[in-house]
Design a protein around this ligand. Structure first.
Ligand SMILES: CC(C)(COP(=O)(O)OP(=O)(O)OC[C@H]1O[C@@H](n2cnc3c(N)ncnc32)[C@H](O)[C@@H]1OP(=O)(O)O)[C@@H](O)C(=O)NCCC(=O)NCCS
Length: 282
């Protein structure tokens, strides 16, 4: 019998082992902690842990976005745990009147997939992780760079919300989420680029062991199709090589053709894929 309870930081090692046993790619402890304890999940309040006979068998976090619900991350050791977590997330989404709920699923996550399909979820898009080995590059960027953590969080929030408007699975962020992102970003590879006084683009890159992930890259519309994003991706690849980091990755929605084309043009290639399942609630 599954019991659901609140998250405790003492659960993190067992949850990391669960992530490694059930999903791909394996996360670092920092990634797991960053996901479960971030402001979007109310610093861990929007997380439920599933246990059986006191043993951890599942975990689910959720993000309450405007009109929609994201269940993430969700890891389940078996079908019973997956059912309990999916049922809880759907009930929460219905309770707050969300129009739809999305939960993603990697290829090895059989129990979760069965549970989602039997609850009526259907795949609406994929998330693709692209990767490339870091190497020296020589990008030319004419705009001035400002360190990501020295910029007013409201500038980051506005840049994010404006550039990501209409992009799948990228709802607007709060000021607190902007601050969190600025704090977690790897400063060397991240930044805001200014055209005079005006912010034109931003990059948030996260360092995680031997890997750098381009978490967010956004260029304002007046600056698009001028090679700026390509130069910024090249800059991350170059900085990773200088820091002797092995690999650069980016996680992109399969519906985001501009971003896929951009990263493929920069030489990144598909490594992992996970399906985003959706249930319409109205
Ligand atoms: C994706 C994004 C960052 C591209 O910025 P950009 O500065 O316009 O990109 P670049 O000018 O450097 O384009 C480099 C290459 O990427 C590809 N590309 C960029 N935008 C494209 C588009 N809208 N459609 C198709 N290919 C596109 C092209 O191959 C382009 O080379 P080309 O112009 O010689 O054909 C920008 O459209 C954006 O901010 N989108 C919203 C936020 C987002 O989706 N970010 C990525 C999330 S993972």
């Amino acid at each position: 019998m599954i019991e659901l309870r609140a998250l405790s930081t003492a659960d993190l090692p067992a949850l990391l082992a669960l992530q490694h046993a059930t999903s791909t790619p394996p996360w670092s402890a920092a990634t797991l902690e960053g996901q479960l304890l971030d402001p979007a999940r109310e610093h861990g309040k929007n997380v439920v842990v599933a246990t059986r006979d006191g043993e951890i068998v599942g975990v689910a976090g959720w993000v309450d976005a405007e009109g929609e619900q994201f269940g993430a991350p969700v890891f389940a050791g078996d079908r019973e745990a997956a059912d309990a977590l999916v049922t809880t997330l759907v009930a929460h989404a219905r309770e707050r009147g969300a129009a739809r709920i999305r939960i993603s699923c990697t290829t090895p996550e059989q129990a979760k997939r069965e549970s989602l399909e039997s609850a009526g979820f259907r795949v609406v898009l994929d998330f693709i992780t692209l990767a490339i080995a870091a190497e020296p590059r020589n990008p030319r960027i004419e705009l001035a760079r400002v360190a990501i953590d020295s910029v007013d969080p409201d500038v980051v929030r506005k840049l994010h919300d404006e550039t990501f408007a209409g992009v799948d699975n990228a709802p607007p962020i709060s000021l607190e989420q902007a601050r969190h992102v600025q704090h977690r970003a790897w400063p060397e590879a991240s930044g805001v680029w200014l055209d005079g006084e005006e912010p034109a683009a931003f990059v948030v890159a996260m360092r995680d062991g031997d890997c750098v992930e381009i978490d967010e890259i956004g260029v304002r519309s007046s600056w698009r199709r001028r090679g700026l994003a390509r130069a910024l991706v090249d800059r991350v690849i170059d900085i990773a090589a200088t820091a002797r980091i092995g690999e650069v990755r980016a996680l992109i929605a399969s519906t985001n053709t501009a971003s896929l084309a951009l990263h493929e043009a920069a030489g990144l290639r598909e490594r992992y894929r996970r399906a985003v399942y959706q249930l319409e609630l109205r």
